[in-house]
Design a protein around this ligand. Structure first.
Ligand SMILES: Cc1ncc(COP(=O)(O)OP(=O)(O)O)c(N)n1
Ligand SMILES: Cc1nc(C(=O)O)sc1CCOP(=O)(O)O
Ligand SMILES: [Mg+2]
Length: 554
């Protein structure tokens, strides 16, 4: 996978080479043994880029996972792919075994032949520039030996060994002969080994691990077996309300402590943690920060996934993308914009609500009662916490009434309250960036005063245009008035639906809508509703004017 671009300036360089040089040299320079990964410290770029190179290729950080497939997709190859994707890293896969598995347990295992594991390794490593290899289920001693000789043939930056022996359900995935070969050929070349208590105990010949002091001893012994860094995971340690993992870099022991997340959905945490470590290393991180980031990612994902329910067994999978428990996935009707939603667009104003002593929720309810077809929360003075709380309540109000709710300017609030979309202006977050953050199913409106802006809005993937100010307004300071001519120019230059805004009310809405432009779908108003004693009455009157005009221009 390669992305190329050309630098416009006179100084250009090969980014691929530079990145490779940067991470490889900085990683190598800090490694005392055979020279791969460092323990800590800031990354420095390698030598100066070759000025003669014109093409710039972005090197994509790449993890190769060598592991088993989990049909339930909570652990194994599937967890590795999700973890790497969530951490923004490319992940290739060599499958060592196919398991028939679900949240109840492992019903069957079919090992991939050693020859075919070798073939997969050759295919990936001979072609792709793999940064980090991460191992999971290695079901036979032969497969471990094949992997070890592949790693001899093809150099990678780091090797992360997750010594998978027993599944979360207690099923054995790799026997004692595998352990012996792991000790013999993998640990000596591992940059980190990440056993849980059972696996650490098995690697150490049955050593009892019941306390953090035992974990310290285990980490030191595993380090003596050759792994440059060791992470002994204490998730199963009894009697602790914290999850304590012990990290050893050959010199210092670190107790990595975090509150234990109480959840059924822990299937695949080991695979995910190791993959995240691999992903961070592939991005160029030193080892300790890679482990800390990975641990925090897993904690966060477990916390977000507490409510989800997949499968009937005792240990469910969790959500690597922190998305499954959002209401947006509860099969509710998506609020993809219907242009007719722009007909009577009510935009709130915290100052006006304050003046009339109304809550935002009450103002929104009244506007909808009077006929508003879409709501925008434009709360310029609200503090973030208050705004978010109000936005959540307004979401309930709007959702129960089937009315889309958009947030003005604040993408963070829109994300946090799962709003139907946002409205941004020319100096707010660009539409493309907002789209990347919000995803394909949210509505994005953008303010345009000129045909050029309107054309750009379409190119950027906006859903509608807000165009104004049609008339002078006191609601928005220093707002340029473009008039009906300006509105016409915007409408004619864009394929997007347009809503007119600025100084519009019952007295002049007719003049706007009688332009009869096909993509002019309605009016957006602030003071005409919210700076009035009775919002619903005003909304009703405005709705009538708009309806009458619409039937006239038909
Ligand atoms: C429907 C609609 N159109 C235009 C605007 C103005 O947005 P913007 O230019 O970002 O100015 P502020 O509203 O943020 O002051 C709008 N809010 N809604
Ligand atoms: C928020 C806003 N945007 C405008 C633009 O021209 O883009 S005018 C405006 C204020 C609209 O308030 P009222 O309906 O009270 O005039
Ligand atoms: Mg704005």
């Amino acid at each position: 996978m390669a992305f190329s671009a050309t630098l416009s300036s006179s100084v250009s360089f090969n980014l691929d080479e530079w990145l490779r040089g940067a991470s490889a040299s900085s990683l190598r320079s800090s490694c005392s043994r055979s020279g791969r990964i460092r323990s800590s410290g800031a990354m420095k770029a390698g030598g100066a880029p070759a000025a003669s190179e014109r093409a710039v290729k972005a090197k994509v950080p790449h993890v190769l996972t060598v592991a088993g497939s989990d049909s339930g997709a909570g652990a194994g190859i599937q967890a590795d792919l999700k973890a790497c994707a969530a951490r923004g890293v490319y992940c290739s896969t060599v499958i060592t075994a196919v398991t028939a598995q679900n949240t109840v347990g492992v019903q069957g295992v079919d090992n991939v032949s050693e020859e075919f594991v070798a073939e997969q390794l050759e295919s990936v490593l001979s072609d792709m520039q793999v940064d980090v290899v991460k191992t999971g289920m290695l079901p036979s001693a032969g497969i471990v030996r094949i992997l070890s000789s592949s790693l001899n043939k093809f150099q990678v930056q780091a090797l992360v060994v997750d010594p998978v022996m027993v599944s979360t359900s207690g099923d054995v995935l790799a026997g004692p002969s595998v352990l012996a070969v792991c000790r013999e050929v993998l640990l000596p070349i591992a940059d980190i080994v990440t056993p849980n208590l059972k696996e650490a105990s098995a690697l150490l010949g049955g050593m009892q691990l019941e306390t953090i002091a035992d974990m310290h001893s285990a980490a030191k012994l595993l380090h003596q077996m050759g792994s440059r860094h060791v992470l002994v995971k204490g998730g199963d340690l009894p009697g602790s309300c914290d999850a304590v993992d012990v990290f050893f870099d050959g010199e210092r022991l670190h107790d990595l402590r975090a509150p234990r997340v109480k959840t059924r959905n822990t299937h695949g945490t080991g695979c995910t943690l190791a993959s995240c470590i691999a992903a961070e290393l592939a991005k160029g991180s030193p080892m300790l920060p890679a482990v800390q980031v990975a641990k925090r990612f897993v904690e966060n994902a477990l916390d977000y996934s507490k409510e989800i329910s997949i499968g009937k067994g005792p240990q469910g999978p969790f959500d690597h993308f922190l998305m499954l428990n959002r209401k947006v996935h509860n099969f509710r009707k998506k609020m993809i914009l219907d242009p007719s939603d722009l007909f009577l667009y009510a935009v709130t104003d915290s100052g006006m609500n304050g003046k009339w002593g109304r809550s935002i929720e009450d103002a929104v309810k009244a506007a909808i009662e009077g006929g508003a077809t879409i709501i925008q929360l434009r709360e310029k003075d609200a503090g973030t916490r208050n705004f978010l709380e109000a936005a959540k309540s307004c979401m309930e109000v709007c959702r129960s009434r089937g009315i889309p709710l958009l947030i003005n300017d604040r993408i963070d609030i829109a994300l946090a309250c799962d709003a139907d979309g946002v409205h941004v202006g020319q100096s707010d977050m660009p539409v493309r960036t907002a789209r990347a953050l919000l995803g394909p199913e949210k509505i994005i409106g953008v303010s345009c005063k000129t045909p050029e802006q309107a054309q750009q809005a379409y190119m950027d993937g906006a859903d509608y245009i807000g165009s104004g100010g049609i008339y002078p307004t006191n609601t928005k300071e220093n707002n340029l008035t473009i008039g009906l001519e300006g509105l016409k120019a915007v409408c004619l230059s864009s394929k997007l639906p347009v809503v007119a805004i600025g100084g519009i009310g019952i007295s002049n809405a007719h003049s706007v809508m009688e332009l009869g432009l096909p993509n002019l779908k309605g009016v957006a108003v602030v003071s005409a509703l919210f700076d009035r004693e009775c919002i619903s009455t005003e909304a009703r009157k405005l709705y009538e004017v708009l309806s009458r005009t619409a039937s006239e221009v038909k």
